[in-house]
Design a protein. Structure first.
Ligand SMILES: *Cc1c(COP(=O)(O)O)cnc(C)c1O
Length: 364
């Protein structure tokens, strides 16, 4: 007897490995493995969520109209050119399924965000990875990887897990070098954390043509990773496609209410950004002082480079004995590195203290 089988390429997909959240036998754990904001859930979003309990029998507004209006007002964008999703992962999946497929391939950079490969393979596309320079996307290599069958190019900017960022001029050069029928997806999950003046999250390129999309999320600085809510800003034709293919009620009533409240939380994003701009360098310098290489990052995390997979593994195990959970990134081809989220002041101090002790021990 034969059993039901998926398309053969499905078995080539390695399931996404998320950040772990507990260590057996350790009471208090400090989770720095998923780049969640340092300050928890915005209080207004918690209240909005609690107020909704009696409404949960109702279907959500499938068009997320109030939320799209709030996002539009906040970012100065036309709500008609916004589509919301159950996290930006949802949007990435829909883009791959709609624009990718067999014979319709995808290009990403070597250490780009892993969901592109998962969703792209699921769609039936071949996913090509372009080499990077100093763990940074290389526009020339991305362009060189494009073939006649390429339909989508994904760029996380800043990128997870490397933290690297391309300035606007480079992203514009990428767009200009791509065929007009290739959809460029700029994943700006960490946009709120970037302070560099040469950065643009993607709005300029979306507005400049009909073939660039920007994705954003409420999972990072807005503190709503558990609610699953993200959005895309896109040209009208892409919005039309997304609205045809997405699940009609993809964003729950609770997610919509929490996101609207998070947008209204006074000073929330500024607080998260300022904290990150203060503590990311403190974390980086602390690790460097301990003898660990730290790659430059524009996100709310750093990539710590231990030189060898063995040292990275031992460092991870050492931190775990102290209840500190960071993210191994071997799945990204970076087994010698650990990705560490910028937590609270206390959490940053604990990581630095832990890795300083580890390095002292591993030298001695
Ligand atoms: C965290 C992250 C996302 C966000 O995913 P959600 O589905 O919105 O939680 C998207 N892209 C990158 C690069 C990320 O790091």
């Amino acid at each position: 007897m034969t059993s039901p089988a998926p398309r053969p390429e499905i078995r080539r997909i390695s399931p996404y490995v998320g950040g772990e959240s507990s260590v057996p036998g350790v009471n208090r754990t400090i989770k720095l493995s998923s780049n969640e904001g340092a300050f928890g859930v915005p209080p207004g979003a918690q209240e909005a969520f609690a107020r909704l309990a009696g409404e949960l029998y109702r279907y959500p507004d499938g068009g997320a109209e109030d939320l799209r209006r709030a996002i539009g007002a906040r970012f100065g964008l036309d709500p008609a050119r916004i589509v919301c999703g159950a996290g930006s992962d949802d949007i990435i999946y829909q883009l791959c399924l709609a624009y990718g497929g067999k014979g319709r391939d995808i290009v990403m950079s070597a250490h780009g965000f892993s969901i592109y490969q998962i969703a792209g393979t699921y769609a039936g596309s071949q996913v090509a990875k372009a080499p990077e320079r100093n763990l940074t996307a290389d526009v020339d290599a991305l362009l060189a990887a494009v073939t006649a069958s390429t339909r989508l190019v994904f760029l996380a900017n800043p990128n997870n897990p490397t933290g690297s960022m391309l300035p606007y001029e480079e992203v514009a050069r990428l767009r200009a070098g791509l065929p007009s029928d290739v959809l460029l997806v700029l994943d700006a999950a960490y946009a709120e954390y970037v302070a560099r003046p040469d950065y643009d999250a993607g709005v300029r390129l979306v507005d400049a043509g009909d073939n660039t999309v920007m994705t954003r999320t409420f999972s990072k600085v807005f503190g709503l990773g558990g609610m699953r809510i993200g959005w895309a800003y896109a040209p009208p034709a892409v919005i039309d496609v997304l609205n045809r293919v997405r699940a009609p009620f993809n964003v729950s009533i609770a997610a919509q209410a929490a996101a609207i409240a998070a947008l209204a939380e006074p000073g929330w994003v500024e607080k998260g950004r300022d904290h990150n701009l203060t503590y990311r360098p403190i974390l980086a310098r602390g690790l460097e002082a301990a003898g660990i290489k730290v790659w430059p990052s524009e996100g709310n995390f750093v990539l710590a480079d231990f030189g060898t997979p063995e040292t990275a593994k031992a460092a991870d195990a050492f931190l775990r004995t102290r209840g500190v959970i960071v993210r191994p990134v071997g799945g990204y081809g970076l087994p010698h590195c650990l990705r560490i989220t910028v937590g609270t002041a206390e959490e940053v101090a604990l990581v630095v203290e832990g890795l300083t002790a580890f390095m002292a021990g591993s030298r001695g």
